[in-house]
Design a protein around this ligand. Structure first.
Ligand code: FES
Ligand SMILES: [Fe+2]
Length: 460
C-alpha cells in the first residue's frame, strides 16, 4: 500500500514533476530506428514524458527530435516538409509560413520575413539530443548541464544484423507495466495452462539447466514462489525460488535497472531488455531490445517456451508498436471463456495480451492506497522504494548523486537475467554475472569466432 501522495510522486512524469525530473536524467528510448528509414523521409510524432515532439531524419542522416508545435504560431511540424537546402542546410520546414528548423531546433530559414532580418537567429524549437544504438533512437531530455554519456547495455558494439528492437503501446501508467516485469509470481497464474503439470520428466529436473519445457512445469508445480531481493549499484536483482517436482530448487533471476528497465529470467541467462518508457501519465511503450550476441551458444533449455503449449501468438501482434483493436481492452483482449474453463488460466491467447489485460484493467493510474500486498510483492515494493526515495532526493537537491548512471565502475553490459536449478550450496546471486560458467562459455564462443562472422546461426 502506498500513500496517495507517494503514488502521485511515483506515477506522474510530466515536466516539473519529481519523477519527470528524475526520468529525464537518463537516456531513454524515443522511437525505433526503423521508423525513420531514410534521410528526408516522413517525420514521426513522438509523445514522451507528456511532451509532444516530432522526430525526423535530415538530409545528412542525423535524427532531430524537436517540439511538435512550431515556435512561430504553433502549427504541427509533423505536417512539415523535411527539406535539404541547396546550400547544404537541412531540416523540417513548417507548412504554415515556411520557417525551417534543423535537428538542433535552430531556426535556419525564415523566408516570410524581410531578407535583412536576423530574427531567425534568435528563434529555437525545443530540441533534445539523440543517439542511435541497437535499433533504437535514444534521447536525453534532462538539463544539458547534467547530461551523461550514453548508457551502453551492449548495443554499441552490436552489428546491425544482430540488432533486434520493437515497441508495443500499453494503455496504463508506466509503473503498472513495470510492476508486471518484477512480478515473477504471476507466471504461475496469469500465464498458466492446465496441461503443464502433465509435461513428461525429460531428465532436466535436476541441478543444472532445465529445459524450457520443464520450467513451465515448475511454474505450475510451485505457485507460491519465495522472493529474495539483492540490492546492486544499478538497482536490484531478485530471485523467484520454486521447488521442482523432483524436490530441487529452481531460481528465476530478473534484473531491475533503475529507473525503468528489466531483464527477465531465461535459461541459462538473458541479455534482452524490456524497457518501459512513459508516453504520458496514462500510457507507455514497452521497448524490447537485444544487447548481446550469442547469449546461449550451447543451446541450454532447448526449444523456446513459445514453441509448445496452447498459446497462440497472434501474427498481427508484432512488431509495429500499435496493438490491433481486437487485442485491446475494448475487445476484452479476446478472452475465450471456454478456454479459460478448460485449458488456460486466463483464457487470453498470448502472454503479452495476458499482461495487458491485468495491468490495463487496473485503470490508467491505479490508486495504490487501496491495495493489500503479500510476500510475493517484495520486488515490487523494493522498486517503488528506490523510485520514490530517489525522486524525493532529487527534488530536494538537484545536484544529488543518482543511481545507475554511467561511471568508471559501471559496466551495464554485465547485467543479465538467469534461470537454473541450483547445485548444492550454489548462490543464486552469482548466476547471470560474469562469474557464471554459462556466461563464460558464451564469451569463449564469441571470441572463438575470430573474425566474428556476424551471420545469425540457423534457428536464431
Ligand atoms: S506557424 Fe510555423 S511558420 Fe508560422
Ligand atoms: Fe507476464
Amino acid at each position: 500500500m502506498l500513500s496517495t501522495e507517494d503514488n502521485e510522486i511515483m506515477t506522474r512524469v510530466g515536466p516539473g514533476t519529481p519523477m519527470g525530473a528524475l526520468l529525464r536524467r537518463y537516456w531513454t528510448p524515443a522511437l525505433l530506428t526503423s521508423e525513420l528509414p531514410a534521410p528526408t523521409g516522413d517525420p514521426v510524432r513522438v509523445r514522451l514524458l507528456g511532451e509532444d515532439l516530432v522526430a525526423f531524419r535530415d538530409a545528412t542522416g542525423r535524427v532531430g527530435l524537436i517540439q511538435e508545435n512550431c515556435p512561430h504560431r504553433g502549427a504541427s511540424l509533423w505536417f512539415g516538409r523535411n527539406e535539404a537546402g541547396p546550400d547544404g542546410t537541412c531540416g523540417l520546414r513548417c507548412p504554415y509560413h515556411g520557417w525551417q528548423f534543423d535537428a538542433d531546433g535552430q531556426c535556419i530559414d525564415m523566408p516570410s520575413e524581410p531578407p535583412s532580418s536576423s530574427f531567425k537567429d534568435r528563434v529555437r524549437a525545443r530540441a533534445y539530443p539523440t543517439h542511435e544504438s541497437g535499433g533504437i533512437v535514444w534521447t536525453y531530455m534532462g538539463p544539458p548541464e547534467t547530461m551523461t554519456p550514453f548508457r551502453d547495455f551492449g548495443t554499441e558494439s552490436l552489428a546491425p544484423d544482430l540488432q533486434v528492437a520493437a515497441k508495443l503501446k500499453c494503455y496504463c501508467n508506466w509503473v503498472q507495466t513495470m510492476e508486471g516485469n518484477v512480478d515473477t509470481a504471476h507466471i504461475s497464474w496469469l500465464h498458466g495452462w492446465f496441461g503443464a503439470e502433465d509435461i513428461e520428466d525429460d531428465g532436466s529436473d535436476k541441478p543444472g539447466y532445465p529445459s524450457n519445457r520443464q520450467t513451465w512445469k515448475f511454474w505450475a508445480h510451485d505457485q507460491a514462489p519465495r522472493i529474495e531481493v539483492h540490492d546492486t549499484w544499478y538497482g536490484f536483482r531478485y530471485a523467484g525460488i520454486r521447488e521442482t517436482p523432483n524436490g530441487h530448487t529452481n531460481v528465476r533471476i530478473t534484473e531491475y535497472i533503475f529507473p525503468y528497465s528489466t531483464i527477465i529470467a531465461a535459461v541459462p541467462y538473458n541479455t534482452g531488455h524490456l524497457m518501459v518508457v512513459p508516453i504520458d501519465d496514462h500510457s507507455c511503450w514497452r521497448f524490447t531490445f537485444e544487447a548481446s550476441e550469442k547469449p546461449n551458444p550451447a543451446g541450454h533449455g532447448g526449444a523456446p517456451l513459445f514453441s509448445f503449449g496452447p498459446f497462440a501468438w497472434p501474427s498481427d501482434r508484432r512488431p509495429g508498436g500499435i496493438t490491433p483493436r481486437n487485442y485491446l481492452a475494448e475487445a476484452d483482449y479476446n478472452i475465450d471463456r471456454e478456454v479459460q474453463r478448460t485449458t488456460t488460466f486466463s483464457g487470453v491467447a498470448d502472454f503479452v495480451s495476458q499482461d495487458l489485460m491485468v495491468t490495463e484493467s487496473m485503470g490508467p493510474i491505479y490508486d495504490r492506497s487501496q491495495e493489500r500486498l503479500g510476500t510475493i510483492d517484495r520486488a515490487i515494493i523494493r522498486m517503488r522504494q528506490q523510485l520514490i526515495r530517489t525522486a524525493k532526493t532529487l527534488a530536494a537537491d538537484p545536484a544529488a548523486e543518482l543511481p545507475a548512471l554511467p561511471g568508471p565502475d559501471h559496466d551495464f553490459r554485465t547485467l543479465r537475467g538467469a534461470d537454473k536449478i541450483l547445485d548444492e550450496g550454489e548462490d543464486w546471486r552469482m548466476l547471470g554475472t560474469d562469474d557464471d560458467p554459462a556466461v563464460q562459455e558464451a564469451g569463449a564462443a564469441i571470441r572463438d569466432d575470430g573474425a566474428r562472422d556476424r551471420q545469425p546461426a540457423a534457428g536464431d
